[in-house]
Design a protein around this ligand. Structure first.
Ligand code: ADP
Ligand code: MG
Ligand code: MG
Length: 199
């Protein structure tokens, strides 16, 4: 397993496509337990990333993460922008000076640093029914040496059983049960894109 800067570029280009294809789906998930804008927020983020990528032409892994982070922080109005932004900013630091990612373990550590950024920024724990519920098992599985779409889908589905403790969905308490968390769904697209890149 090896990821070059070109592969990371492919990863985020694939994610960008997936966000566009699933924009309505993500906003629909956000309608019963939020304010119905998650697809639009994420689309704004990936559009800004694409534009900034064209301008800046980053060619290291760390710089690509940096461009993505800044796009999410500066262009996404919702809670998800600064949260993805914090994750990516930690991933910038973790990849400073490296040319390639050479093992699942190393990739797992990078994703784990991203996860730590979300948890810190959002004051979130596992099973609060947020994007953390996808990032955490993905980091764990990568560190153990694999990742597949079934595992990611399972983590996303599990958010259905949970009561939201953070974000807008938490206002609903018990009534947030039975719905997939939108941020867990967009994070699924991010890691599905990663799986496709590694194939
Ligand atoms: P907003 O709620 O401001 O409209 P979005 O709809 O774009 O923002 O994003 C909502 C998603 O953000 C949620 O589904 C959840 O995954 C994530 N989220 C919200 N608050 C937190 C938090 N404190 N920690 C982690 N994730 C959070
Ligand atoms: Mg929303
Ligand atoms: Mg909103």
């Amino acid at each position: 397993m090896q990821l070059t800067a070109k592969d990371v570029q492919t990863w985020f280009a694939t994610f960008t496509d997936k966000i566009r294809e699933n924009k309505e789906y993500l906003s629909d998930l956000d309608t019963p337990i939020g304010d119905g804008d998650h697809g639009n927020n994420m689309a704004r983020g990936v559009n800004a990333y694409e534009e900034s990528f064209e301008q800046k032409q980053p060619d290291t892994i760390s710089d690509i993460f940096q461009v993505f982070s800044m796009a999410m922080i500066s262009k996404v109005g919702g809670a998800s922008g600064p949260l993805y932004g914090s994750a990516l900013m930690n991933m910038v630091k973790e990849t400073k000076g490296i040319e390639t990612i050479d093992s699942y373990e190393q990739l797992g550590n990078i994703v784990e640093q991203g996860l730590a950024g979300i948890k810190k920024r959002g004051k979130t724990e596992f099973e609060d029914k947020t994007m953390v519920d996808v990032w955490e098992p993905v980091a764990q599985t990568l560190k153990e040496g694999s990742l597949n779409k079934e595992q990611i889908a399972q983590a996303k589905e599990h958010t259905k059983d949970l009561i939201a403790k953070k974000g807008r969905a938490s206002y609903l308490g018990e009534r947030s049960k039975g719905h997939i968390d939108p941020g867990a769904a967009s994070s699924t697209l991010l890691f599905d894109a990663l799986v496709e890149t590694m194939e």
